[in-house]
Design a protein around this ligand. Structure first.
Ligand SMILES: [Zn+2]
Length: 371
């Protein structure tokens, strides 16, 4: 086999710009596929996120530097390992960043995020002792031309889903998994805390498709909130946290009972007080799922939790099987991604792109890097 070279954006030191380097193109192992990357999603302001990460989350290690980041790649399979039978060259795919040991009880029950070796490929890991073991096996995120990935991480795309849309599967799948953890949704009322962000907007589309009859969404930017409400004016109500308490507002909109469920989708920079306040809008027997990025310890009244039979769940990412569900909802227009505005940048312009230039329209903006 010939080992040709490829271009990859690599970060050599924390906080430094990425450089476009020529590196060895990976080869797929027996149960891997090799994907030619066509697009990779990017969190806005990724450079600052990566620079701040060791301070914000010292317990969540970055891969050893220099590293190729890029959490949400989509592309075309160009080669498969000797033991791959369900995927073939030419398949259009999304590559989930979930990497794990593959052999522990958690992995074997498709709960890979519970594996002690679980990492987000192209982003960060969850164990200072174990994460680098996985990064050594899969050193490439999506900010390069080719990446090897285990076949269990592959979600095949329908032909009518563009690569730009496909890179949104990470956020959509995360929202979908959180909604499933709420339980049956038809006829229910849902608080989405942080509704106009990238996670919140996806959760809104999915919740509408899954039968939630009333969405009560909070955010800050009234223009963006109005834009979210316009997606389904009869079923979505919005509230700016600049106007007071989200929890009290939800109570006022539900006859005092409170909502059935809440999903928190706040960004990392938002105060935990905003989470705590919205949580007070969830009624007796309700379920609260956190997929947001808020950092820190929240004081929870355990007597309230018990007396009201509340459920509080943390949900990280989603399974590839759940990814297939979301693909099918996009394929059939059960959720309509035409509302997204794709902000596409070339790999060689990645530093300009990750500095967050340009006007961002909350979750409606979709930042994409193409090789
Ligand atoms: Zn495992």
């Amino acid at each position: 086999m010939s080992y040709s070279m490829m271009r990859a954006a690599r970060m050599h030191a924390i906080g430094s710009p990425m450089s476009i380097d020529n590196v060895e193109r990976p080869a797929p192992q027996a149960t891997d596929v090799l994907v030619e990357v066509k697009a990779c999603g990017m969190v806005p302001n990724l450079g600052n996120v990566l620079a701040s990460w060791p301070t914000w989350c010292p317990h969540l290690p970055l891969p050893a530097l220099p590293a190729v980041f890029g959490l949400d790649p989509a592309g075309v399979i160009v080669e498969v390992g000797s033991q791959v039978i369900g995927l073939k060259p030419g398949d259009r795919v999304y590559v989930s960043p979930v990497r794990s040991c593959g052999a522990c009880p958690a992995c074997l029950s498709d709960n890979r995020v519970a594996c002690e070796y679980f990492v987000f490929n192209g982003y960060f890991g969850f164990s200072k002792e174990r994460s680098q073991t996985i990064y050594d096996l899969y050193p490439h995120g999506g900010f390069c031309e080719y990446m090897a990935a285990p076949q269990h991480a592959i979600v095949k795309l329908a032909d009518n889903i563009s690569f730009e849309e496909a890179v949104r599967l990470g956020y959509l799948g995360t929202g979908y998994s959180a909604l499933r953890k709420c339980g049956p949704l038809a006829g229910k009322t849902l608080i989405i805390n942080g509704i106009s962000g990238t996670l919140g907007l996806g959760i809104t589309l999915l919740a509408l498709a899954m039968g939630v009859t009333k969405i009560l969404g909070s955010g800050r930017n009234q223009v963006l909130l109005d834009r979210v409400k316009a997606l389904s004016p009869g079923r979505i109500e919005v509230f700016s946290t600049d106007d007071g308490s989200t929890g009290q507002w939800v109570r006022s909109r539900t006859g005092g009972h409170g909502a059935d469920f809440m999903i928190d989708a706040l960004g990392a920079a938002v105060s935990l007080d905003v989470f705590d306040d919205a949580m007070q809008g969830v009624g007796r027997g309700g379920t609260i799922v956190n997929v947001g990025g808020t950092v820190g310890k929240l004081a929870i009244d355990m007597k309230w939790l018990m007396d009201n039979s509340m459920t509080l769940i943390g949900s990280a990412w989603f399974t590839a099987a759940e990814g297939y569900d979301v693909v099918e909802m996009i394929r059939t227009k059960t959720i309509d991604l035409s509302i997204l505005q794709h902000e596409v940048a070339q790999l060689q312009d990645i530093n300009e792109a990750i500095s967050g230039l340009g006007a961002r329209h909350g979750g409606f903006s979709n930042y994409v890097i193409v090789p």
